[in-house]
Design a protein around this ligand. Structure first.
Ligand code: ADP
Ligand code: MG
Length: 255
């Protein structure tokens, strides 16, 4: 099968000259946590897909990224693998530091937020996240509309390190207060950004990103994924990613 990889990677605005991003050619070649390497093996992933070859080292190195690749190119693992691998090194501390409010259980203060447009996509990401969190102490949760909010809230109260959410339910929980706070976020992932903009979620996305931007955590990484590369996406990236964000485009883009 012919694979047309238009490996157009570039540092958008380089602050320190033309930094090189060296893609990995195998999962073993990336500096991943042993538990993550084992979970990749259990998932049956033998070699990284093109988007994963670039995204994994870029995210491990701490860059913000805007990444465009067609559906089915493995974008979910491209962000889950490096993010979760980074957290695995301190999973014990993370679990011990979960804020506990005696009466209500845990107040959810996730370290990772992944926003996806639909319940189906959020569930898929959550399932993959659970697989990659296996045998770590990291606890993922998922929230979406059209389902019982009380049950989802109870899950959050049991502790949530990684939150997968649709924009509507997330906004709802944030506005109701005391369920969830985003002040400890280390990673914000906007998945299927183009689809969310098409669905009219731009105000919600911007509000979420503005809120997390105000955290004043210099370490916080923002990662945007999209199947297309239209102007509204580039504008969103320009507004919320670090100046030196990395663009990673694979396959036919620019449509
Ligand atoms: P996208 O988000 O780009 O549409 P997904 O993340 O949903 O793509 O991945 C598409 C499919 O490819 C999924 O079934 C996933 O499990 C599988 N996959 C991802 N990465 C790999 C890999 N490195 N090796 C084998 N299969 C993979
Ligand atoms: Mg996807």
């Amino acid at each position: 099968k012919k694979c047309c990889i238009n490996r157009l990677f570039q540092l958008n605005v380089s602050t320190e000259g033309n930094e090189q991003l060296i893609p990995i050619s195998s999962f073993d070649g990336a500096k991943l946590h042993p538990v993550m390497l084992e979970n990749i093996r259990l998932a049956g992933y033998k070699v990284p897909t093109p988007i994963q070859r670039y995204c994994i080292p870029a995210i491990l190195e701490g860059h913000d990224i805007l990444s465009c690749a067609q559906t089915g190119s493995g974008k979910t693992a491209a962000f889950l693998i490096p993010i979760l691998s980074k957290l695995m090194g301190k999973a014990k501390r993370i679990a011990a530091a979960r804020p506990y409010d005696g009466q209500r259980g845990y107040v959810a203060e996730p370290l990772v937020l992944i926003v996806a447009p639909t319940r189906e996509l959020a569930t898929q990401i959550f399932d993959e996240c659970r697989r990659f969190c296996y045998r770590s102490m990291l606890r993922p949760c998922v929230i979406y509309g059209g389902a019982d909010a009380i049950t989802q809230k109870m899950e959050l109260e049991r502790g949530c390190d990684i939150l997968v959410a649709t924009p509507g339910r997330l906004t709802d929980f944030l506005e109701r207060g005391k369920i969830l706070t985003l002040k400890r976020l280390k990673f914000v992932v906007i998945d299927e950004a183009d689809e969310m903009l098409d669905m009219g979620f731009e105000p919600q996305i911007r509000k979420i990103l503005q809120g997390t931007d105000a955290n004043e955590d210099d370490d916080q990484q923002v990662l945007m994924f999209s199947a297309t590369f239209q102007k509204p996406i580039r504008k969103l990236a320009k507004d919320f990613l670090a100046d030196a964000y990395v663009q990673i485009k694979v396959g036919r883009v620019g449509s």
